[in-house]
Design a protein around this ligand. Structure first.
Ligand SMILES: NC(=O)c1ccc[n+]([C@@H]2O[C@H](COP(=O)([O-])OP(=O)(O)OC[C@H]3O[C@@H](n4cnc5c(N)ncnc54)[C@H](O)[C@@H]3O)[C@@H](O)[C@H]2O)c1
Length: 454
């Protein structure tokens, strides 16, 4: 009798209407529901429950529908993190969806492991016209001209600069442009910015400035470059390093090709810059090989143009400022050492072609037209003051004797070569220097030059 009652009560739990019939409609009791049962009985009860009233069919249909819905939803989960979260929610859901959830998580993991950033891809509903570009050292001479070109192209530009040699005035004309931002920041400290491209220019470039605090110069080149490479890796940005012809040191090969390894004094007064840049190139290539980072390396040769620092010791700016002030032009050594001089717009064109192109480099970017210091002084005299005197001074340590780029590689692979000769570029710079030295606000440099003003 007792066993009969027990059997009836077990039915009663799962099939209440049957049990009620067996007990005369009055046997339902919560106490009985919680009575402990053995594992065999529990399994038997579960089986009876699943088989009863076509529940198995419903369960299978439910699983099929869940799998179908999840498979349809999976391809739209482009953003890994979001997909993964959904997958985790599903896994904690019903047992029926468990299998599908596992499949879904597999899809999620694949999406998550895709390259994290594809430039140009933006979430639905957000519009972006150009690229987001960081220019470190963007308030400096070359950087500010690059910023002009990037903004004109429609990119959003963030200038990162500590204003050591850069000036806010160089980029002030972009204040109010919604695509332009400027951050006072020293690249020796890390920074996080979501961008597609990084032009890394931050570094004092003239001997006067980089010798001022040599330890800071090498820190900027090594730690600063490491920080910007780390940023590029983190956000999946393409990274361009502005290296220098100084990596060739006092070259034993002339003209210099990119395959030449250079002749650099590692312990000289210029080595904070020369060796710093060489290390920056090493770091850039190691990130490229080791972390698959997209990198570009430019080796820049002497460049001149408006917005150069006045009195920074670089030969073109020195001669121009001296001639304008009616001071003698100082020539170091015998004046027979040679340099090549590239106008800044040619360089900017080369940097942008390099960044957009498919080749890592390094690429020499310079004007192969070679001038001795005395020839340059003559061009300055012809342009500014034919009566300007020349004064000779002893040469500085480690000053290279010859410098001339071989730009065959850039010509062939980037389709780039400079187009502005020294005699055309110099007047554009003179116009800018004259207004900065004497404060006479004159018309725009390019307009004046086009009109043959100088
Ligand atoms: N102009 C050239 O002839 C020439 C030649 C070879 C290489 N380069 C390279 O091109 C780049 C730009 O040169 P430039 O002529 O415009 O020099 P620049 O001195 O005018 O510009 C350098 C900019 O970097 C900034 N800067 C310096 N240290 C910084 C730091 N720690 N953190 C943040 N900002 C910092 C300066 O304030 C400045 O705005 C440099 O990397 C330089 O080595 C230039």
């Amino acid at each position: 009798m007792a066993s009969m009652l027990l059997g009836a009560s077990s039915d009663m739990i799962y099939r209440g209407h049957d049990a009620q019939a067996a007990l005369g409609g009055d046997g339902y009791s919560a106490k009985k529901q919680h009575r402990p049962v053995g594992p065999c009985r529990a399994r038997a009860r579960a089986l009876r429950y699943v088989l009863g009233e076509q529940r198995l069919v419903f369960a299978l249909v439910g699983m099929a529908i869940a799998s179908f819905v999840l498979l349809l939803a999976a391809p739209s989960g482009r953003h890994g993190a979001a997909v993964k979260t959904s997958g985790q929610e599903l896994m904690s859901g019903s047992a029926a969806a468990g299998l599908a959830a596992r499949q879904y998580t597999g899809v999620a993991r694949m999406a998550y492991e895709e390259p994290r950033r594809v430039p140009g891809r933006v979430p639905l509903g957000l519009k972006r016209k150009g690229l987001r570009v960081v220019v470190t050292g963007g308030a400096g001479f070359v950087g500010s001209h690059l910023v002009d070109r990037l903004l004109a192209r429609g990119d959003s530009v963030i200038v990162v600069d500590n204003f050591f040699t850069g000036r806010k005035e160089n980029v002030l004309h972009h204040a109010g442009n919604p695509n332009f931002e400027m951050i006072r920041h020293d690249v020796v400290e890390p920074i996080l910015l979501e961008v597609d491209q990084i032009y890394h220019l931050a570094c004092p470039a003239s001997p006067v400035h980089y010798k001022y605090n040599p330890v800071k110069t090498i820190k900027t080149n090594v730690v600063g470059t490491l920080n910007m490479l780390g940023l590029a890796k983190r956000v999946g940005a393409r990274f361009l390093l502005t290296s220098t012809s100084e990596v060739y040191g006092d070259p034993l090969q002339h003209p210099q090709v990119e395959t030449y390894w250079g002749n650099v004094n590692p312990i000289g007064v210029r080595s904070c810059y020369d060796e710093g840049k060489r290390t920056a190139e090493t770091l850039t290539m190691d990130y490229h090989r080791g972390a698959n980072l997209e990198v570009r390396i430019a080796r820049i040769f002497n460049t001149y143009g408006p917005r150069m620092c006045i009195d920074d010791g670089r030969v073109v700016s020195n001669f121009v400022a001296q001639a304008l002030r009616k001071e003698p032009l100082t020539v170091y050594g015998d004046g027979k050492q040679t340099r090549s001089f590239q106008y800044v717009s040619d360089l900017v064109e080369g940097l942008m072609k390099l960044m957009e192109g498919e080749h890592v480099g390094p690429f020499n970017l310079g004007n192969p037209g070679e001038f001795t210091m005395l020839e340059l002084a003559k061009v300055v005299q012809d342009t500014i003051d034919p009566n300007a005197r020349i004064e000779f001074r002893p040469n500085t340590a480690d000053d290279p004797h010859k410098r001339k780029p071989d730009i065959s590689r850039a010509k062939e692979l980037l389709g780039w070569e400079p187009v502005i000769p020294l005699r055309n570029g110099l007047p554009l710079m003179v116009h800018d220097f004259r207004s900065r030295i004497f404060g006479d606000r004159e018309p725009d440099a390019s307009t004046a030059a086009a009109a043959g003003d100088d």
